[in-house]
Design a protein around this ligand. Structure first.
Ligand code: MLT
Ligand code: MN
Ligand code: ZN
Length: 310
């Protein structure tokens, strides 16, 4: 299985267009050693020819232009992107669907909740019916069904499992205040030819027994790297929301709760990678003390263009 990181940043990307914080301003002038990052999306393939997008970022135009493996190959108009799987209905994960409107009808795999948000409060999918059109593939994660195994047409050697995880619906969603099963999913992808497994979860609010069980046995964890600390945005004067308010488990734990670093340290995965990194997170600075902590535990920080072969 091949995994191509198209965008490794959280909403806003890095540096964020309107942000003058130490990291964003420092990155612009070359004083903070950190790579620029577009908003969250990855592509997965069994053979490098056909690809599935996991989330469609508002930066999709730039991302596809920069990835030769995703350029058109045959005929006058073409794309190796055969489907899009959505982890949630957040702006940074779905707006890129609009950027695919010049292409063929889009095969979208998502939960009932996500289809509902994207045809009502934020009707991106309804709008697409006036352009390329969409084909819906409903993932059975709703109500008491907490996971669903499925296949994606054209990817016979990959087995996908959508898993309901703790998180937040988008701020615009009618269920922002009260999580509904299917608002947020993680994906477990298994390559049936060699048994290798990826666990992908760019937004994960907490890791309990059930999440640990799904992560267990994965060869690669590609998980929520949004915030280092629970109150990072407040400390930097950048906002009033905590990591928990936004549905993200910070990397650093406290007395009450293990952080993502603790979770990853305890995992037997060969590759442990953080993705969806917010512009406030000190791990963006390659010389930071926090980055050294990750290095010490063999935890990687995803970057745009990163390729992982399992
Ligand atoms: C989030 O995951 O909380 C988002 O990155 C927020 C956003 O897209 O504005
Ligand atoms: Mn996000
Ligand atoms: Zn900033």
């Amino acid at each position: 299985m091949k995994i191509l990181v198209l965008g490794s940043g959280a909403g806003g990307g890095f540096p964020q267009w309107n942000c003058n914080c130490r990291q964003c301003a420092g990155q612009r002038v070359g004083e903070v050693p950190a790579r620029a990052r577009t908003q969250s999306s990855v592509a997965v393939s069994a053979d490098g020819s056909a690809w599935v997008l996991l989330n469609a970022s508002p930066d999709i135009g730039q991302q596809l232009r920069e990835q030769a493996q995703l350029h058109p190959r045959h005929g006058l108009r073409d794309t190796p992107i055969k489907a899009v799987i959505l982890m949630d209905a957040q702006i940074d994960h779905v707006t890129g669907l609009l950027g695919l409107r010049e292409g063929p009808c889009i095969d979208i795999y998502a939960t009932p909740c996500v289809f509902e948000d994207l045809t009502s409060a934020f009707p991106v999918i309804s709008v697409l019916e006036h352009y390329c059109g969409t084909r819906w593939h409903m993932l059975g994660v709703a109500g008491s069904a907490h996971s669903a195994t499925f296949t994606v047409e054209g990817f016979a050697s990959l087995r996908f499992t959508a898993v309901a995880i703790p998180g937040k619906a988008p701020p615009y969603s009618p269920h922002r205040g009260e999580q509904t099963t299917g608002d947020n999913i993680a994906l477990l992808i298994e390559d049936l030819d060699d048994g290798r497994r990826l666990f992908y979860s760019p937004g994960l609010a907490s890791v309990g027994e059930s999440e640990l069980q799904w992560m267990n046995g994965a060869d690669c964890l590609l998980v929520d790297g949004t915030f280092w600390a629970e109150d990072e945005m407040l400390q930097a004067g950048l906002g009033r929301k905590t990591a928990s308010d936004m549905g993200h488990l910070p990397q650093m734990g406290d007395a009450a709760r293990a952080g993502m670093v603790d979770v990853m340290r305890g995992s037997g995965a060969r590759r442990k990678v953080l993705i969806h990194i917010n512009n406030s997170n000190p791990i963006l600075d390659e010389t930071s003390a926090q980055r050294r902590v990750l290095d010490g535990h063999g935890i990687e920080v995803a970057y745009d263009g990163m390729e992982i072969t399992l």
